[in-house]
Write a protein that binds this ligand. Sequence first.
Ligand code: ZN
Length: 78
Amino acid sequence: MKIYYTCDCCGEAFDVLEVENIDENKLGFDCLNSDERRDILKYDALTNSLKVLSLCDACIEELGLADENTTINYGFVH
Ligand SMILES: [Zn+2]
């Protein structure tokens, strides 16, 4: 099964994973609540693929969401 990580902002598929089985723990889906699952995970039975709505790097930067992470990263470096 293919997992497409699709940007919720610009609609680009920025990452594709090919997996035998959906391992929710490994993919981090187990920490999503049911509302988040409904919003983020879109199963497409037609193509047997899973679309995961997320944000690509470009949009994270554009939305100014990168700042916080940058600070945290710097924290680790120093
Ligand atoms: Zn994007």
